[in-house]
Design a binder for this molecule. Structure first.
Ligand SMILES: C=Cc1c(C(=O)O)[nH]c(=O)[nH]c1=O
Length: 312
C-alpha cells in the first residue's frame, strides 16, 4: 500500500496514525481520520456490547503540559458498530484500517474475532491486552501466562496477520518473557508499544483534589512524559522480535519524537495526547516536521535509520 507523502521531493511512506482511543470512537471521529493527512487509522477498542465507560471528568491534559491522564473505562459503540464500519470502508482509499478489540473476557474476544474473520475483510485486527481502566479487570499484558493462553486461542482463530497492543514493561525480564511468547505466533506480525502508563494519579495543587473522577483519580498517563518509556519498549521489542514489526506510540508532540521512535525501531507511529489536544491537523504538521528533519540529516528513506539507534 503506497502511503507515501510527497513532501519536499521526498516520497516517504506516511507512517502516522491515531492512537486507538483518540478520534476513533464514532463514525464522525473516523471520518475526520479518513480526511486527515494520517497514513492509516485505528478504531477505538471494541467490547462485545456497547459501553458508556467511566463517569466524567475522565480525560484531562495535565497542567504541566507534559501529558495527559485518562480513565475512560473502555467507552465504545460495541464491536458490531466497528464491524459494520469495516464492511463499508473504502479499502481502495490507500489508508489501511486497523480494528482494535478489547474483549472483557477471552470468550468475548473469540466471538468478536470470529465475526471479523467470517466477514473476510482487508482490515487488520489488533488485540488490546492493555486497557488499564476497567475496574476489576487487570491488564492481560501483565499476566504472561494468561496472555499466552489467549494467543494460543486467538492466533489460530484469526489466521491472518494481526497485532497486539501492549502495556509498557519496565523490567528486562518482562521484555524477554513477553517476546518469547510473541515469537511463538507466526501470524502475530506486529506489536504496538505502548499503551498508557497505567494508574497514575494527577492531583490539583489548588483544590487538593484528584483531576479525574473514576477510580479515585487513578488513570493511564500519556504524552511527552511517557516518551522515554515508549522508546525503550519499542526498541526492546524491535531487538527481540526478528521478522515482526513494532508500531510506536507514546510522547509524540512533533517530528522529532517520530524520528526517535523510528530510530528505536518503529515501522509506524501513532499519536494520542497531541492528537486529542490539537486535532487531526496534527498529522500534516508532524509529517512535514519529520520530512524536514530527514532532509536536514540527509536521510532519503526511513529504512536508512529505522532501528539504528546507536549505543555507546
Ligand atoms: C481500551 C481501553 C483503554 C483506555 C480506556 O478506555 O480507559 N484508556 C487507555 O489509556 N488505554 C486503553 O487501552
Amino acid at each position: 500500500v503506497d502511503l507515501s507523502t510527497k513532501v519536499a521531493g521526498l516520497s516517504l511512506p506516511n507512517l502516522l496514525f491515531n492512537a486507538s482511543g483518540v478520534c476513533c470512537q464514532t463514525e464522525t471521529d473516523l471520518k475526520l481520520m479518513i480526511e486527515s493527512e494520517s497514513g492509516s487509522l485505528i478504531t477505538k477498542s471494541a467490547t462485545y456490547e456497547y459501553r458508556e465507560g467511566n463517569p466524567s471528568p475522565r480525560y484531562l491534559p495535565l497542567p504541566s503540559g507534559l501529558g495527559s491522564i485518562n480513565s475512560m473505562g473502555l467507552p465504545n459503540e460495541g464491536y458490531e458498530y466497528y464491524l459494520n464500519f469495516a464492511k463499508n470502508y473504502d479499502y481502495s482509499s490507500k489508508k489501511p484500517l486497523f480494528i482494535s478489540l478489547s474483549g472483557l473476557s477471552l470468550a468475548d474476544n473469540v466471538k468478536m474475532c470470529e465475526a471479523f474473520v467470517a466477514a473476510e475483510l482487508p482490515c487488520v485486527l489488533e488485540v488490546n491486552f492493555s486497557c488499564p481502566n476497567v475496574p476489576g479487570k487487570p491488564q492481560l499484558g501483565y499476566d504472561m501466562e494468561a496472555m499466552e493462553s489467549a494467543l494460543n486461542v486467538l492466533a489460530p482463530l484469526i489466521k491472518k496477520p494481526f497485532g497486539v497492543k501492549l502495556p509498557p514493561y519496565f523490567d528486562i525480564a518482562h521484555f524477554d518473557t513477553a517476546a518469547t511468547i510473541f515469537n511463538k505466533f507466526d501470524n502475530l506480525v506486529y506489536v504496538t508499544c505502548i499503551n498508557s502508563v497505567g494508574n497514575g494519579l494527577a492531583i490539583d495543587f489548588e483544590t487538593e483534589s484528584a483531576l479525574i473522577k473514576p477510580k479515585d483519580g487513578f488513570g493511564g498517563l500519556g504524552g511527552l512524559m511517557v516518551l522515554n518509556t515508549a522508546l525503550a519498549n519499542v526498541n526492546a521489542f524491535y531487538r527481540r522480535l526478528p521478522g515482526k514489526q513494532v508500531i510506536g506510540v507514546g510522547g509524540v508532540t512533533s517530528g522529532k519524537e517520530v524520528f526517535l521512535h523510528v530510530l528505536a525501531g518503529a515501522s509506524a507511529v501513532q499519536i494520542g495526547t497531541t492528537l486529542k489536544e490539537e486535532g487531526p491537523t496534527v498529522f500534516a504538521r508532524i509529517n512535514k516536521e519529520l520530512t524536514d528533519i530527514m532532509i536536514a540529516k540527509g536521510y532519503k528513506s526511513l529504512d536508512e535509520f529505522r532501528g539504528k539507534v546507536k549505543t555507546l
